[in-house]
Ligand binder design. Sequence first.
Ligand SMILES: Cc1cc2nc3c(=O)[nH]c(=O)nc-3n(C[C@H](O)[C@H](O)[C@H](O)COP(=O)(O)O)c2cc1C
Length: 199
Amino acid sequence: MTPGERHESVLSFLERRKSVPLSQFRGPGPDEPTLRRLIGIATRVPDHGRLEPWRFIIYRPEHGARIGEALAELALRRNPQMREDELDRERKRLSRAPVAVGVVSTAAEHERIPVWEQFLSAGAAAMNLVTAATAHGYAVNWVTGWYSDDAEARAVLGLSPHERMAGIVHIGDYDTMVPDRPRPDTDALISTYGGPARA
Ligand SMILES: Cc1cc2nc3c(=O)[nH]c(=O)nc-3n(C[C@H](O)[C@H](O)[C@H](O)COP(=O)(O)O)c2cc1C
């Protein structure tokens, strides 16, 4: 990267990037070296204080099936009225894609760096993983769920009590381009501000 060097193909890619519905995922998805490269790119994010307040858990479908079973058991304990189709959804949560990567926020109180900023860095890492995997040609979808807000469920997913799941990034192959969803009206989101009015 040199000053002023323009990466037009990257800009054009970012203008078109979109997620693929999980129903369209198929194998084989990334092999281990490719996945590790993508996760390496995910770590290349702004990180105030260089705390590295994130880590990554790789869930392959064979492990995802076992974890899903435990999640379904827990979900049933939380809500004994759950229907069988809902339980089945829990069972399959981590085995719907060739690989799912848990982007874990390890944020902790720090004398100088707010926890909020550490959370944001984990979100940036998750987005970098989404972008990198999409750029590699994979189907990608960033999902969270009730398990992120449930301490026992987080333990089932391999998290320590103080950790939070920023997102589970599903990665696989796909065959069909999906239509884009409506995108925000950027002009409506942008303003300029010159400071408070003087009395
Ligand atoms: C933190 C976070 C959590 C999400 N969790 C879910 C989820 O649990 N279920 C879901 O269907 N979509 C979820 N999404 C949205 C999907 O990623 C969605 O497919 C995405 O917004 C599509 O937009 P894109 O095409 O710009 O990637 C989540 C998004 C974010 C940022």
